[in-house]
Structures are given as C-alpha cells and as structure tokens.
Design a protein around this ligand. Sequence first.
Ligand code: UTP
Length: 294
Amino acid sequence: MKAIKKAVIPVAGLGTRFLPATKAIPKEMLTIVDRPTIQYIVEEAVASGIEEIIFITSTGKSAIENHFDYDFQLDTVLKDKKKVQLREELANISNLIDIIAVRQKEPLGLGHAILMARNVVGDEPFMVLLGDDLVKSQVPCCKQMIDMYNQLGESIVAIQRVDMDQTHQYGIVEGTETDHRRTFKVNRMVEKPAPGTCQSNMAIIGRYLLMPDIFELLAKTTPGHGGEIQLTDALLALANRRDMYAYEFEGKRFDAGDKLGYLKAIVDFALEHQTLGPPFREYLESACKDVIAP
Ligand code: UTP
C-alpha cells in the first residue's frame, strides 16, 4: 500500500459568498484570530505527516503563496531591529513544508481544480483539503483519515451529520456501516440533492483521501450541477469501480468561506487561544450580558 505524502489544496475559487471582502483578498487569507485560514489547513496537513503540498491557484491568489514564502527584505528589517521572536515565527511558516503551485486558468469547478494536480501527484493516493474548510480536533482530521486508510487501503471521504433540511447544501453519501469505527461503505452519492429526494444526512466535507484513478475519471467528467466539473460525479464513478468509504471524523468543522461559518470559527478558535482565550471569554460573557440578554 502506497503511503500518503501529498496533499492538494484547491484555492482557485472566486469566493463569491464572501464578497465584497474577497474582491481583492483571497478568502483563504482572511484571518482567524492571528493566522490566515490557509495556515491552519497547511498546519493540519503537516501535523498529519504530509510532505508536499500542491496549491491549485488562480489570478489574484498570489498572497497565498507569498504567505508561505521567505521574504528577504522583511527578514532583513526584522533582523536589524532585533525582533528575534517575530523572525523565528516567520521562518517557521516559510519552512513548514515544500509547496508547489499549479494554475487553474478558469474556475470550472472543484473537480476541474483537482484534475490540475494530475502531473504533480502522479500515480499515488493523495489527500485533498479544501482551502476554506477548517476542522478543529484533537487528532488532525487529515491524520484520522490517513490512519483509517492504513487499515482500508481505499478512498475515503470525510463526512459529518447535518440536519435533514440542510442536505441540499452538500454532497450526500448513502452507505452501510462497516466493522471499522465511524466508517461506512459508500453505496451512493449525490451532489446537493433536492429536499425530500435523499434519505441520508451524511454530508461530505472538505477532506478527501483519493486513489489516483480519480484523475482519469475527472478527465472524463462532463459539467454537472451549476455547470461545473463536480468532484462528486467523479467520486461516484470511482465508487462504482472500487470500494470507497465515508469516515465520520472526530472534531468540529467550520465553513470559513461562508460569512456565518467564518464568524463561528473565529469565536471557537479565539476561545481556545493560549493567551487571547481567557480575556476573550471574559469579554464574550460581558457582551452576552450587555448585548444579547440585557
Ligand atoms: P467553493 O464553492 O467553496 O469555493 O469551493 P468558491 O467557488 O471559491 O466559493 P463561492 O461559492 O463562490 O463563495 C470549494 C473549494 O474549491 C476551490 C475553492 O477555492 C474552495 O477552496 N475551487 C472551487 C477551485 O479551486 N476551483 C474552482 O473552480 C472551484
């Protein structure tokens, strides 16, 4: 069984749900407490043993690559000013991991974005982490999936349970329980099912562990829901060809590409922050008294 060493992080989307904030700034660069969203995601991949990251980028997203690059000018200024700690912090970010960027010339959908990584990933299984999906957990979500892959040896999609009236916002999996904890064998998958057309509430979130066959299937996938090349359509084709599993990860997921999801993420991450957490909690408690329940 081939080890999982590469992670693809697509960040080429337009971020229309977060306009006007995302007109000139990539949504992945919006800050959650003290770091951009994308840094949490790269850190999750690194903490899971990933050795190489492939960003799928587009025009206007260079800030993401720059964030992980070494900035000679800035480093020189910080060195002259003897800002030792800050220098170290920035060095840690640029030394995190090897990063490769591949362009998606047009935003033709998530499936199309992943297909752009074909030549760089090659013939090995790999992770996909969406650039705006944050998971807060004790064991990184990506690592939980890799651990499960080491037992199953097949593709795995991460899922969470959602309310039945929310299923139309997600790719939904129908599956049967397996002997492995929190793991289901995928029988059917449908992208954003119309209300009442699907019995399952197992929603796919932004973490996928994929066998390389997915590339061949993505290349054959025609535009689906919303006129985009949908990853879910290729996943369904892959599930028809070989076993695929859905894994109910342990942790809490935030859609940071959505305004409300982003706010929730800030509150949760701020409350857990080592130094900012306690004073923020105190502030929230008094704000709740004054504003929410005066
Ligand atoms: P989303 O649908 O959440 O991203 O795609 P979006 O299209 O940027 O956002 P909205 O809906 O307009 O607000 C999930 C992930 O896939 C990437 C996005 O960058 C995001 O990380 N993506 C999506 C691409 O890289 N290329 C695409 O063509 C579409």
